[in-house]
Design a protein around this ligand. Structure first.
Ligand code: FAD
Length: 349
């Protein structure tokens, strides 16, 4: 049985494994973290689901939608209400704006984005080894992949990790070409510079008939915020992004500032807090390398060179950033993950 080794149990790696589930390949995944999902990470706190990573998708994300329909994963429309609050302080005022009613729909998962990952991992039937950080790869007649604890052999290798991490963290023998290595280094990892936050309360005190929590504030700690309540779970929550200028603050300091800002919007409301969580993705070693170059958003995402297979069709790159369709997004991860699986299936015919 030819062996396929996939590095990374994020959405792209799992999509490749899923595409190979009925093949004659022996499929194994090595994952650096002790959890599945990579940039998809739903945490459960006080019976609330708080999204720390990817949350939303749209009708244009056709590969993702096809997969979630195949796996029968329920999803629903994100409701942003009729009005958004714009906070232009300190350079202006707080104002309310109508949200255009004809915008494209935005969807999210009924049971959190990690529900997709868990279902996909199970359906893929792949063997997943956690806490295995790939440090070096040697390719001659055989492919050998070394972590701090073991050496794994394979016939085909799929690198489903962000390109920048490959260039910064993995040593190749023989070395990758200078030009290709430079391209990996110069490929932005989508959202790796963001801080996501989520808060659960006893009551959805922010909701009124027109306004249900949608907020934009370019100069405050909360930059974007949306309602994340769920009547079925009795969950009252808000989710959004924090200003990356606050990334050097501690978690407690950020929490205090977020609470202070919400208090300034709702001075008269009681705010019984259940749970607060935020995640600064710049500090996540298996998403953003320590000395990551500062790049423009989406720089080199989807570059066709990233889809070249190397070493006589034995080494493939499949993180979302390498995808032709919607690179950087969940849809890109599924699209590219399945494309690599199809390519391997063709090779085995
Ligand atoms: C805060 C945030 C919000 C986002 N919001 C959205 C959204 O709303 N909609 C959307 O479509 N997309 C969103 N995204 C992007 C989306 O999460 C990604 O496109 C998608 O999850 C990428 O999947 P991937 O498998 O390509 O990469 P990753 O999820 O990064 O997976 C790579 C995996 O490789 C592992 N790994 C890394 N290095 C090694 C190593 N050396 N050895 C072994 N394993 C390793 C990692 O631990 C990880 O599990 C968001 C991302 C973030 C961070």
């Amino acid at each position: 049985m030819p062996k396929v080794l996939i590095i990374g149990a994020g959405l792209s790696g799992l999509s490749t494994a899923y595409g190979l589930r009925n093949s004659n390949f022996d499929v194994k995944i090595l994952e650096a973290r002790s959890r599945l999902g990579g940039r998809i990470f739903t945490i459960e706190k006080e019976n609330s689901q708080l999204e720390m990573g990817a949350t939303w998708f749209g009708p244009q994300h056709t590969s993702l939608i096809q997969l979630i329909k195949e796996l029968k994963i329920p999803f629903k429309t994100q409701d942003n209400g009729a009005e958004a609050l714009y906070d232009f302080r300190p350079k202006g005022n707080i104002e309310r704006f109508q949200i255009p009613s004809q915008g494209a729909a935005t969807y999210k998962f009924n049971h959190g984005t990690s529900h997709l990952i868990e279902t996909l991992a199970e359906a893929s039937k792949a063997k997943i080894h956690f806490d295995e950080v790939v440090a070096s790869i040697s390719i001659d007649e055989h492919i050998k992949v070394s972590t701090s604890t073991a050496v794994f052999e394979a016939d085909y290798l799929v690198l489903s990790i962000p390109p920048q991490l490959i260039s910064e963290g993995i040593e190749f023998r023989p070395k990758l070409s200078e030009t290709f290595n430079q391209l990996l280094q110069d490929t932005h990892t989508w959202m790796s510079d963001s801080i996501k936050f989520s808060i659960a309360y006893e009551d959805a005190f922010w909701k009124s008939q027109q306004f249900i929590g949608t907020l934009m504030s370019p100069h405050q700690i909360i930059q974007e915020m949306y309602d994340h309540s769920d009547n079925e779970r009795d969950q009252n929550a808000l989710v959004g992004f924090l200003n990356s200028n606050y990334s050097l603050l501690t978690w407690e300091e950020r929490k205090e500032k977020v609470m202070g800002l919400l208090e300034s919007y709702y001075p008269d409301e009681k705010r019984p807090l259940k749970a607060y969580a935020d995640l600064n993705w710049r500090n996540e070693l298996y998403t953003t390398p320590k000395n990551a170059k500062s790049l423009a958003p989406h720089q080199n995402n989807g570059n066709p060179k990233l889809r070249d297979s190397l070493f006589d069709n034995r080494l493939f790159f499949s993180a979302s950033e390498t995808a032709q369709q919607t690179p950087g997004y969940m849809d890109g991860a599924v699209h590219r993950g399945r494309e690599v699986a199809d390519f391997l299936l063709d090779l085995s015919d």
